[in-house]
Design a protein around this ligand. Structure first.
Ligand SMILES: NC(=O)c1ccc[n+]([C@@H]2O[C@H](COP(=O)([O-])OP(=O)(O)OC[C@H]3O[C@@H](n4cnc5c(N)ncnc54)[C@H](OP(=O)(O)O)[C@@H]3O)[C@@H](O)[C@H]2O)c1
Length: 277
């Protein structure tokens, strides 16, 4: 799975910002970003349509077919918990595919745990995999106990990823969830990796970033990517910020910087319940 992707929460909500949102995702694709994270929830399907438009535009500019370009991408979408039933999952998936203008989703996730039994959701995910409508499936907002339960159901051990709130100000997952997933080869997708921009005003983060010659956003993202199984999906609808965030991929953090970060944003000393946004 790619290490760096773009998020799309709050995208596709307003017609007045659609052109700018398409442009930002198109710019990401043109700069080599392959992972795009979305959900049927975002903009009530509007975010998926924005992605389809961005892919079509990028393909046109590159003078290749949208299908050829799509093969290079890794699209993640999510099903609402209330749709996560035996019949609801395939129906929601087909709606997402239509909006995305594609015939498969690379990673299809349960957005959070709801009322439908995990057995049913997993069975539906596995059936979609067999039909070629999705390549892999995962979950989101699952705490360690949820993950332990998930892997006991038939097919549950095929979970590829868990997308959770993880950033410098939300390090709780490092205590047990992350090591548990790491041991099993389950990747962690860090959502709200810059805490919806709130982290960027931290004077502690700003000071460390200055020392390493990076911006606070670059430092926050590079820090998450210090481990190879953590994927970041920052959202921006501005091309200049996208460019800035991509700079995180070139930033290597040494021991001294990691220690300074630990002093400013201490790792967890005990288990805490998984936080959600
Ligand atoms: N699974 C879940 O339950 C869940 C929950 C939350 C999020 N997510 C996913 O994770 C993605 C990322 O999380 P998020 O959108 O909550 O928060 P985020 O990526 O931490 O932050 C996004 C916010 O930061 C701003 N921003 C981005 N880069 C910036 C930069 N370099 N300098 C200044 N501001 C910057 C963006 O504004 P502009 O657009 O104006 O630049 C936007 O307001 C989402 O879009 C979504 O795909 C999943």
């Amino acid at each position: 799975m790619p290490r760096f992707g773009v998020g799309t929460w709050r995208v596709g909500e307003r017609a007045s910002s659609a052109a700018q949102e398409v442009e930002a995702i198109q710019a990401a694709i043109e700069r080599g970003v392959t992972l795009i994270d979305t959900a049927e929830m975002y903009g009530d399907g509007g975010a998926e349509k924005i992605i389809a438009q961005a892919i079509a535009n990028a393909a046109r500019v590159a003078n290749i077919s949208a299908a050829t370009l799509r093969e290079r991408l890794f699209i993640v979408s999510k099903v609402y918990p209330h749709n996560a039933s035996e019949r609801g999952v395939p129906a929601a998936c087909v709606r997402s595919l239509k909006r995305l203008g594609t015939d498969y989703i690379d990673g299809y996730l349960l957005h959070w745990r709801g009322e439908h039994p995990l057995e049913e959701t997993v069975e539906a995910f596995e059936a979609l995999k067999t039909q070629g409508k999705i390549r892999a499936w995962g979950v989101s907002n699952f705490d360690t106990e949820d993950m332990k339960e998930l892997v006991t159901v038939t097919g549950g051990a095929n979970v590829a990823t868990n997308q959770v709130l993880y950033n410098l100000s939300r390090r709780g997952v490092e205590f047990d969830l992350l090591p548990w997933q790491r041991e099993r080869g389950i990747t962690t997708m860090a959502y709200s990796p810059i805490e919806q921009a709130k982290l960027l005003s931290s004077t502690k983060l700003q000071a460390i970033a200055r020392d390493v010659g990076a911006t606070p956003a670059q430092l926050a993202l590079a820090w998450l990517m210090r481990e190879p199984d953590v994927i970041v999906i920052p959202k921006t609808s501005r091309v200049d910020r996208l460019q800035e965030n991509l700079g995180a991929l070139k930033l290597k953090l040494n021991r001294e910087t990691l220690d300074a970060i630990d002093r400013a944003f201490p790792p967890p000393r005990r288990r805490t319940a998984l936080e959600m946004l």
